[in-house]
Ligand binder design. Structure first.
Ligand SMILES: NC(=O)c1ccc[n+]([C@@H]2O[C@H](COP(=O)([O-])OP(=O)(O)OC[C@H]3O[C@@H](n4cnc5c(N)ncnc54)[C@H](O)[C@@H]3O)[C@@H](O)[C@H]2O)c1
Length: 424
């Protein structure tokens, strides 16, 4: 049975893009109410997108029995409480990135959702760019070959005016820096294509703005599938670009440089031989192009609710979050390090990565008994090693490509937890 889902939208910033996405799916969704604290913006959004009514009281949304879905587009520090409240009120939940501030919260929410028949979906709308979907299709067909190297650049500009919004730039309210808030989509693409990360080494710094969180980072990554990746993120690039380059044994895939649409076409696929070029062209000619962005993610969410299947993006599941020792592993020669014994999903790893550096002041705790070393100055060196537990990385339901989302490998550089712990 297909019926329209009724959405209560919270927020009036990026929520406007969500409104547009629902409007493109008018046969699947309607938005009777939008809630925001900033009345002017809220009322303007209601008028512009044909939303039924405006409210400033979020509690009224949870109390309504004519809403199927609560869509949370508020600052990061409110995501967990609002999601919990919405699930407890019997609603399906869609929540903007960054989902939460810790794996513990991801686990807690997974437990809450597991006890219900409600759907919970974090937003990763960039996955549905046509160019990225074509790459997924070529991998699925075996046309890419073995993965060698991926480079991901998120070089954007955010000046002081951007950080005048009170919740931005602070650990307590933004929950992380540019890695969590800005590069998250491009980095998610790495995991969406290649699956989980096995090891990450990162340098972070805050040279661009006077903020608590990092605004510039480099990361060296070993993927669980054996390929390598080099990622860079800065909010200090006067020319804004996003660029992803995937090198496989039989093909290179290059994104466009447009900073906010890097998943879209035209993506360039470069084959090693003319024969292989012809095979790629033939495969792409048959590729079914869908809507992209929010429009597509919402469409897939609707399908999941109707069929009882998994939403296209899930927060993953984390059976345990066990750290070695007290979790705040320190390497005198390299600065502090944190080990993550397992994590819920690739995106959760990105969600966690910013928590591994910087001041502990005001930052959400990853685990009650954990402490984080306070670092000196802006130049932060930190190291994250993530161990994947077999089956922890959930294949997302709409992802039919069979790409490597499951792994069970322990980072080869560390034989065991005990060995890792002994290095402290
Ligand atoms: N997926 C993307 O591409 C993308 C892009 C931009 C922002 N975001 C994310 O969306 C979220 C919101 O960002 P934004 O730029 O729209 O922020 P914003 O500050 O522009 O807007 C936040 C909105 O939430 C409302 N709000 C906050 N707390 C509320 C509460 N308790 N009850 C009701 N309304 C409340 C505010 O009134 C405001 O309308 C952030 O997590 C951000 O990272 C995602």
């Amino acid at each position: 049975m297909t019926r329209k889902l009724r959405v209560g939208l919270i927020g009036a910033g990026i929520a406007q893009r969500h409104s547009a996405g629902y409007n493109w799916n008018k046969d699947l969704f309607e938005v009777p109410v939008l809630c925001s604290l900033d009345e002017d913006r809220g009322r303007r959004a209601v008028a512009e997108y044909g939303v039924g009514e405006y409210t400033s009281d979020v509690e009224t949304l949870f109390a309504r029995d004519d809403l199927d879905v609560i869509d949370i587009c508020t600052p990061p520090d409110s995501h967990f409480a609002l999601s919990k409240r919405a699930i407890e009120a019997g609603k399906h939940v869609i929540c903007e990135k960054p989902l939460f501030g810790s794996i513990a919260d991801v686990d807690a929410m997974s437990d809450i959702v597991a006890g219900t028949d409600r759907k919970f979906m974090p937003i990763f709308q960039y996955r549905y760019g046509t160019g990225l979907q074509k790459l997924k299709r070529l991998i699925e067909l075996g046309s890419a070959g073995r993965p060698f190297l991926t480079t991901v650049e998120t070089h954007w500009w955010r000046g002081p005016a951007y950080y005048e919004v009170p919740w931005r730039g602070k650990w307590a309210s933004e929950l992380g820096g540019g890695l969590l808030g800005h590069a998250i989509h491009a980095h998610d693409m790495l995991n969406y294509v290649h699956g989980a990360c096995a090891e990450i080494f990162a340098h972070g710094a805050t040279p661009v703005n006077k903020i608590e969180v990092e605004d510039t980072m480099t990361l060296s990554v070993k993927m669980a599938n054996g390929s390598l990746a080099a990622l860079s993120m800065t909010l200090g690039s006067r020319k804004e670009i996003s660029r992803l380059r995937f090198c496989f044994s039989d093909m290179v895939a290059e994104s466009i440089l447009e900073p906010y649409t890097m998943g879209r076409d035209p993506r360039t696929f470069i084959a090693g031989t003319p024969e292989h070029r012809a095979r790629i062209d033939a495969a792409l000619a048959e590729h079914r192009v869908t809507e992209d962005g929010y429009t597509r993610q919402f469409e897939l969410f609707h399908e999941a609710v109707m069929t009882g299947g998994e939403p296209p993006v899930t927060p993953g599941r984390c059976a345990q979050f066990a750290c070695f020792g007290d979790g705040s592993v320190s390497f005198p020669e390299n600065g502090p390090a944190v080990t993550i014994a397992n994590h819920a999903s690739a995106s959760a790893l990105w969600l966690l990565a910013p928590l591994t550096g910087g001041s502990t002041a005001g930052r959400p705790k990853m685990q009650k008994d954990r402490t984080y070393p306070r670092l000196q100055g802006n130049q932060r060196l930190y190291r994250v090693v993530a161990r994947q537990i077999a089956g922890m990385i959930e294949q997302n339901a709409a992802d039919k490509s069979g790409a490597c989302h499951r792994s069970g490998s322990w980072p080869k550089s560390f034989r065991s937890a005990a060995q890792w712990s002994a290095r402290r």
